[in-house]
Design a protein around this ligand. Sequence first.
Ligand code: FES
Length: 114
Amino acid sequence: VASCGACTVHIDGEPARSCQTYIEDVEGAEITTIEAIGETKEGAALQQAWQELDVVQCGYCQSGQIMSAAGLLQENPKPSVEEIHEYMDGNACRCATYQRLRAGIQRASEIMEA
Ligand code: FES
């Protein structure tokens, strides 16, 4: 029901909730999942930042968090705290790692800039 964002993938480069996507609507589309996001500049920076800052708690939400964060950084490589909160609003974390998620996105932005 698109209530948590854990299933986020990229469809033609745009974050989308796979639980709300019908297969017939994505025929021929390029779909990127968490398994391949590390091949992008944003995904690689996020993975490095996530490891550096030990962002993950239980991990349930984390693939969706990274996929949404990659979409944010593709659109806005240097987001403000407010822009991070606004963009990531649809991704819930039941472990409440929100401060580490924000720090991870900020760190990924720094890595991309270096
Ligand atoms: Fe546990 Fe987010 S790390 S739900």
